[in-house]
Design a protein around this ligand. Structure first.
Ligand SMILES: *Cc1c(COP(=O)(O)O)cnc(C)c1O
Length: 312
C-alpha cells in the first residue's frame, strides 16, 4: 500500500526517527527466595530503551511530544525538583526534537549545578527557580497564566509528566508487554502515579498490578489513579518508602549493592531499589501465589546514579 503523502505523515516519520526507541529485554532473575516461594521472577529492563529519555519517561513523553508538535508549539515548559528524572528526560527530548524547553525548578539555585540540572542546561533547557511555596501553586490557572505572560506560549507538561497523554503512552507500553511475556503480576515503583495508571488501564483484569510508592503519605495516589482509569486491578504497597522521597538508609544501600552483584543489573536508590526491596519482602511474606509469574518493571532512573551524589 502506498503511504499517504501528507505533512502529518511526514512529520510522524521524522518524529519517530528522532525519538528512537530501543527494544529492551525481559530477563529472568534467579534467586533462592523465589524458588522457595514457587514463583518465577522476571524483569523488563526498560531502563535500556533510550540513552537519555529512559524507562517510563520515554512512554510518558511520547504522545505529549507528538501533541506539542501537532499544535505547532515551539516551547515545552515543565516542573521538577533538582534531581528530577523527568526534567532530565524532557530536556533531552526537547533537544532531540528541536523544541525550546523551560524547566521550573523547585527551590533555590545551587551552584555548581548538580549533574541532573547541568545536563538539562547543556541540552538547552532554560532553568527557572521558584520557592517551595510558589511551586505548590504549579497547577493553579492564575499561576500558569503568570508563566505565559513571562515566557510566551508554551506546551505545558505537568510535574513528573503525568497527564492523559502520558497515561495513554504507558498503556501502549502495557500492551506491548502482554506480547512479550506471560505474567500474573506486574510490579513497579510509583511517584506521581501516571505510570501505574497507564499500566492499570492498559492491562486486562486478569493481571494484578502492584505499585510501590516512594513518597511517604502517598494515599492521594488512589484518587490520582482513578482520574485516569476505572479498572480495579491495581494495588499500592505503602510500606517501602524508606522515610520518603529520595530518603535512604544503609539497608537500602546494601540491598542495591547485593542486587547488582547477583544480577548484574543496577538499581537507582529513589525508585527501582525501593520497589525491588518491596518485591522481595512480599515474596518472603508469601504475597504472590505459588506457581505465578511476577514481572517487575525497571523504570530507569539511572541517570541519578552519579558518584558525587550526597543528598540521599
Ligand atoms: C519518574 C519515575 C517513576 C515514577 O513514575 P510516575 O509515573 O511518576 O509514578 C518511577 N521510576 C523511575 C525510574 C522514574 O524516573
Amino acid at each position: 500500500m502506498e503511504p499517504e503523502i501528507n505533512v502529518f505523515n511526514f512529520f510522524k516519520v521524522w518524529f519517530l526517527k528522532a525519538l528512537v526507541y530501543k527494544q529492551t529485554p525481559v530477563v529472568e532473575l534467579q534467586d533462592s527466595l523465589s524458588d522457595m516461594a514457587g514463583i518465577r521472577l522476571l524483569m523488563k529492563c526498560e531502563y535500556l530503551n533510550h540513552r537519555f529519555i529512559s524507562g517510563n519517561k520515554w512512554w510518558k513523553l511520547k504522545y505529549n511530544l507528538e501533541e506539542a508538535s501537532r499544535l505547532g508549539c515551539k516551547k515545552l515548559l515543565t516542573f521538577g525538583g533538582a534531581y528530577s528524572n523527568h526534567i532530565y528526560a524532557t530536556a533531552a527530548a526537547a533537544h532531540e526534537l528541536e523544541f525550546e524547553s523551560i524547566g521550573i525548578i523547585r527551590g533555590e539555585e545551587n551552584l555548581p549545578l548538580n549533574p541532573t540540572l547541568a545536563f538539562a542546561r547543556a541540552k538547552g533547557m532554560d532553568l527557572h527557580y521558584i520557592s517551595r511555596e510558589e511551586y505548590r501553586r504549579k497547577t493553579e490557572p492564575d499561576f500558569l497564566k503568570g508563566l505565559k505572560e513571562l515566557f510566551g506560549d508554551f506546551y505545558l507538561i505537568p510535574e513528573g509528566g503525568t497527564n492523559t497523554l502520558a497515561v495513554r503512552g504507558v498503556a501502549e507500553f502495557a500492551n506491548l508487554l502482554l506480547h512479550e511475556a506471560a505474567f500474573d503480576y506486574l510490579c513497579l515503583p510509583v511517584g506521581t502515579g501516571g505510570t501505574i495508571a497507564g499500566m492499570i488501564s492498559g492491562l486486562d483484569r486478569g493481571k494484578k498490578i502492584v505499585g510501590f510508592p516512594v513518597l511517604k503519605g502517598a494515599s492521594f495516589l488512589e484518587d490520582e489513579i482513578r482520574v485516569y482509569t476505572e479498572n480495579e486491578n491495581g494495588q499500592l504497597m505503602y510500606e517501602y518508602h524508606f522515610g520518603g522521597y529520595a530518603k535512604s538508609n544503609e539497608r537500602l544501600k546494601a540491598f542495591i549493592k547485593e542486587f547488582e552483584r547477583s544480577n548484574n543489573i543496577p538499581l537507582d536508590p529513589i525508585y527501582t531499589a525501593k520497589m525491588m526491596f518491596g518485591v522481595f519482602d512480599l515474596i518472603k511474606q508469601g504475597f504472590f501465589k505459588r506457581g505465578s509469574v511476577v514481572l517487575v518493571l525497571h523504570t530507569g532512573g539511572l541517570q541519578g546514579n552519579h558518584p558525587t551524589e550526597t543528598n540521599l
